[in-house]
Design a protein around this ligand. Structure first.
Ligand SMILES: NC(=O)c1ccc[n+]([C@@H]2O[C@H](COP(=O)([O-])OP(=O)(O)OC[C@H]3O[C@@H](n4cnc5c(N)ncnc54)[C@H](O)[C@@H]3O)[C@@H](O)[C@H]2O)c1
Length: 252
């Protein structure tokens, strides 16, 4: 039987690289999938491209509590249940020395990663079926420091705290909560990061990341999706409160 047969999965950042790769895999594994992201026209296009009655999209800014509450209601109205929440929306901010790091950029990064993940859980958890799974996309950046990455790295650390609190609160309901920690992924999000970081370290940041990664390369969105599937499905039935590194060994 498919790993997510009969399960409804809500994915934020669902129009992005990792979110969409995960949605495709979840669909192939029998799930019903609600994609949430900022741009409704983009979501409509993706849903029609995927061409399945088991997928829908709902334009949602995860930093807006009313919008997140609507998203949860829309998911229930369309599919009836919520079993899996993949809180994955993300922005990067910028790379600057601490004295030049803008406060508004810092706040905007926290709004998406920390408050956004908090709101998605706050509104989805009361409506989730017992026995489900929450996966929050942190990063290898949640386990290390790099110069100038003040918003993103501290926010990715903060998501681990959210996961740990929730894992304990939701264990009686058999809802598992884990973070996934991708290393550098070969996609436009990471390429933008590398352009920015490269200027600060005055070197090719893509090569820098590969040199820090024992497997010697960037990962792919599909490799992350496979690991999210493990956490989302009953294959990880005894795994909660943990950090799954999918980073080519970078954090080791
Ligand atoms: N790409 C990498 O190398 C990498 C590595 C580690 C972790 N991550 C994390 O993976 C997650 C997905 O990133 P990605 O690589 O697929 O990048 P991406 O830019 O392709 O996807 C991120 C998505 O989040 C959406 N988003 C941003 N702000 C939002 C908001 N307020 N409300 C709703 N949606 C919003 C964007 O529109 C975008 O579609 C992010 O949390 C990112 O921090 C990425």
């Amino acid at each position: 039987m498919a790993a997510l047969s009969g399960k409804t999965c809500l994915i934020t950042g669902g129009a992005g690289s990792i979110g969409l790769a995960t949605a495709r895999l979840f669909l192939a594994q029998g799930a019903q999938v609600m994609l949430a992201d900022l741009d409704s026209a983009q979501l409509d296009d993706l849903v029609s491209q995927l061409g399945s009655e088991n997928i829908a999209g709902h334009a949602t800014d995860v930093t807006d509590a009313a919008a997140v509450s609507d998203l949860v209601d829309a998911t229930l109205a369309r599919f009836g249940n919520i079993d899996v929440v993949f809180s994955n929306a993300g922005n990067f901010g910028q790379v600057s020395p601490i004295d030049q790091y803008p406060e508004d950029v810092f706040d905007a990064v926290y709004q998406v990663h920390v408050k956004g993940a908090f709101l998605v859980c706050k509104y989805a958890v009361p409506k989730m079926r017992d026995g489900g799974s929450i996966v929050i996309t942190s990063s290898v950046a949640g386990t290390r420091g790099d110069p100038g990455v003040y918003g993103y790295i501290t926010a990715k650390h903060a998501q681990i705290g959210l996961m740990r609190c929730l894992a304990k609160e939701l264990a009686p309901r058999k809802i598992r909560v884990n973070t996934i920690h991708p290393g550098p992924i070969d996609n436009s999000f990471q390429h933008a990061v590398e352009d920015d970081l490269g200027k600060l370290i005055k070197a090719d940041a893509g090569e820098f990341f590969d040199s820090q990664t024992p497997l010697g390369r960037h990962g792919t969105p599909d490799e992350i999706a496979q690991s999210v599937l493990f956490l989302a499905s009953d294959q990880s039935s005894y795994t909660t409160g943990t950090m799954l590194m999918v980073d080519g060994g970078m954090s080791g």
